[in-house]
Each structure stands twice: as structure tokens, then as C-alpha cells.
Design a protein around this ligand. Structure first.
Ligand code: APR
Length: 246
């Protein structure tokens, strides 16, 4: 059976129960906005319309769990589709693209991103971007305005410094976002693909680094952690160390 939702518009009008196909139709008719509140009857989950659906493709995005008073959202989806101020790229030191998330971001965002990366290489990082550092470029054709490129550690290469370097990726990416005055950032699970960082260990490191940053800095409103599969998200939820309350 189709999921049913209640909608509370910004004018305070309530509609429901209505199905996803009606929501889509109403959105296309401009009767609803992405910021209208949505309540899903099946699991009592609340959020904005954009938290349940990617309204461009009308793909289901589904936020599976919020932390830190909703400032951190865990979801299953494609990082290139996130409508946030910046998405983070799990890049390599060359900043010239690659496979995985890196390839997907360059493909979806187009040549403007690579051109900006080349310029950064020429002007600031002739030897390449060091592991744990982050830089920002425009988002090209992506729904996100910016891409923050960071280089995660290749598991095992840096010995005891692996965790510190992975934490640096999150910290430096968030610092750049705040400096640019951004409010929302989406991360993939850095280093957990080609770079071989075990997902359970990475979950603890990433969540600790993000929690430390957000509790010190009030300006960022939304940090999304976007997992490609439900299974990856479930592993993350099992090993994350976000504070239970607050
Ligand atoms: N959206 C969200 N997550 C994705 C997507 C996507 N479109 N594509 C892949 N992932 C997930 C993977 O499942 C993995 O958990 O992103 C995580 C990071 O995987 P990689 O992209 O392989 O990144 P990483 O392990 O940091 O390796 C970086 O890969 O492509 C190269 O140039 C890149 O050399 C660098 C290396």
C-alpha cells in the first residue's frame, strides 16, 4: 500500500492522509513547497517535504535518523542529488577526479568543477592536496552550490594517524563551510570505499568529529551523512557515537 502523509503548509493549512503520488502532483502544481511540514503515518516521522523526497527527480530520500537536535541527518541516497549548500567529495591528492563519489560528482557537476580544481593545483597546491585537508570549488551543474574536496586516508598507509586524518577531513570541511557562511553540508562516508577504511571504525571517527565541531559552532544548521545503501547506513547507526541527547 502507498505510504500516507499529512502536510502542514507554511500558511498552517493541514491536508491528509494523502499518498506520495498526490504529494508529487501537488508539488508540481505548486500547491506545496519543499519547506512545508510532512508527517508520515507509518512511523510518525516528521520533517520537511524535501527530507522525504528529492523533489527534482521525485526520488525517495528518506531520512532515517536525526542526531544533535536534527542538525545531523542520516540518509540513504546519492550525494550528487543533495540540495544543500555544499556536498563533500572524497577526492584524491591530484584533485583531478577518480572513481566512486569523486567520479559521480565530476560527472554530474560538469567541467566547471575540474577547472576550479586545476586552478587550485596551479595556485595553491602544486604538489597536490595533502591527506586530511579540504578545498572548495563551485558546484557546477549540481544542485549544491559548492563542492568541498577532501582527501581521506588510505587505510593502513598512515599507521596510527589514520583516525586523526579521517577526523581532519570532517573538521576541515566543516570549517571551510562555516568560513563561507554556509548552512548545510552533505558528506559521503569518506575513505570507506576504494581507500578501504572499515565502515564501523569510520562511523565512530566521523560522528565524533562532527559532534565535536557542531557543539562548538552553532552556525551550521544541517549536516547530512549520505549513504549509498541502507546496509551502509545501518552499519553507521550501529557504530556512531553521537551524544544520545542534545
Ligand atoms: N553517493 C553517496 N555515496 C556514494 C556514492 C554516491 N553517489 N558513490 C559511492 N558512494 C560511497 C561508497 O559506497 C563509499 O562508502 O562513498 C563512500 C566512499 O567511497 P569512494 O568514493 O571510493 O571514496 P574513498 O574510499 O574515500 O576513496 C577515494 O576513490 O575515486 C577515488 O578519486 C577518488 O582516489 C580517490 C578514492
Amino acid at each position: 500500500m502507498e505510504q500516507e502523509y499529512k502536510i502542514i503548509t507554511s500558511d498552517g493549512l493541514e491536508y491528509g492522509p494523502i499518498g506520495a503520488s498526490t504529494l508529487k502532483q501537488w508539488y508540481l502544481e505548486q500547491r506545496l513547497r519543499t519547506t512545508d511540514k510532512v508527517f508520515r503515518y507509518s512511523d510518525n516521522r516528521c520533517g520537511h517535504l524535501r527530507d522525504f523526497f528529492d523533489v527534482d527527480s521525485w526520488e525517495h530520500v528518506d531520512i532515517i535518523q536525526p542526531f544533535l537536535d536534527g542538525r545531523v541527518l542520516i540518509l540513504v541516497g546519492d550525494i550528487t542529488k543533495q540540495r544543500v549548500d555544499a556536498i563533500v567529495n572524497a577526492a584524491n591528492y591530484t584533485l583531478r577526479g577518480g572513481g566512486g563519489v569523486d567520479g559521480a560528482i565530476h560527472e554530474a557537476g560538469g567541467p566547471e568543477i575540474l577547472a576550479a580544481c586545476e586552478e587550485l593545483r596551479r595556485t595553491q597546491y602544486p604538489e597536490g592536496l595533502p591527506t586530511g585537508e579540504a578545498v572548495m570549488t563551485p558546484g557546477g551543474r549540481l544542485p549544491a552550490r559548492y563542492v568541498i574536496h577532501t582527501v581521506g586516508p588510505i587505510k593502513g598507509v598512515h599507521g596510527a594517524r589514520d583516525a586523526e586524518l579521517l577526523a581532519d577531513c570532517y573538521r576541515h570541511s566543516l570549517t571551510l563551510a562555516v568560513r563561507q557562511g554556509l548552512r548545510s553540508v552533505a558528506f559521503p562516508a569518506i575513505s570507506t570505499g576504494i581507500y578501504g577504511y572499515p565502515r564501523d571504525e569510520a562511523a565512530a571517527v566521523a560522528s565524533q568529529a562532527i559532534a565535536d565541531f557542531l557543539t562548538r559552532d552553532p552556525s551550521l544548521q544541517e549536516v547530512r551523512l549520505v549513504f549509498f545503501t541502507q546496509r551502509d547506513a545501518t552499519t553507521f547507526l550501529q557504530y556512531q557515537v553521537f551524544p544520545r541527547t542534545g
